[in-house]
Write a protein that binds this ligand. Structure first.
Ligand code: FES
Ligand code: FES
Length: 153
């Protein structure tokens, strides 16, 4: 089927199998491999992207459902050659080790701040609990989000 959507600010027309996930469509169809496939079953958060500004798990989202909507991936976060404040904060706070979970962590964190849910460290931990980090960088991820939300507000 044909799906007309917007990905990282650009109009895109996709030919997709109705059963195709947004994750596979982004990675295999559009070569946007920043979005990671961890579990492929909604348990790790590595595949988090934004649809109309809200965080979604792209492994549980059918590409067929994003017609007419705006999809943003980690590749679309930097603007004008400048990293997003959340990306910068993850670098400065060393919020990663292997980096596999990082695109999902950052996409989730950006949406969480926009939701107004990053006011305390406990709230950050709770609202980020769907994003798993096997390298256990959690304390540094919280530090990064705390820093970034001050810049983003
Ligand atoms: Fe989507 Fe793990 S790959 S939640
Ligand atoms: Fe390795 Fe999070 S940095 S899984």
């Amino acid at each position: 089927m044909t799906v007309r959507t917007e990905v990282n600010g650009k109009p895109v027309t996709l030919q997709v199998d109705p059963r195709a996930t947004l994750l596979d469509t982004l990675r295999d169809g559009l070569e946007l491999t920043g979005t990671k496939k961890g579990c492929d079953r909604g348990q790790c958060g590595a595949c988090t992207v934004h649809v109309d500004g809200r965080r979604v798990l792209s492994c549980l989202t059918l590409a067929a459902t994003v017609g007419g909507r705006a999809v943003t991936t980690i590749e679309g976060l930097a603007q004008g050659g400048r990293l997003h404040p959340m990306q910068q904060a993850f670098i400065e706070r060393d919020g990663l080790q292997c980096g596999f979970c990082t695109p999902g962590q950052i996409m989730s964190a950006v949406a969480m701040v926009h939701e107004g849910h990053a006011t305390t460290d406990d709230e950050i931990r709770e609202r980020m609990s769907g994003n798993i980090c096997r390298c256990s960088c959690y304390p540094y991820i919280v530090d990064a989000i705390r820093d970034a939300q001050r810049v983003m507000r």
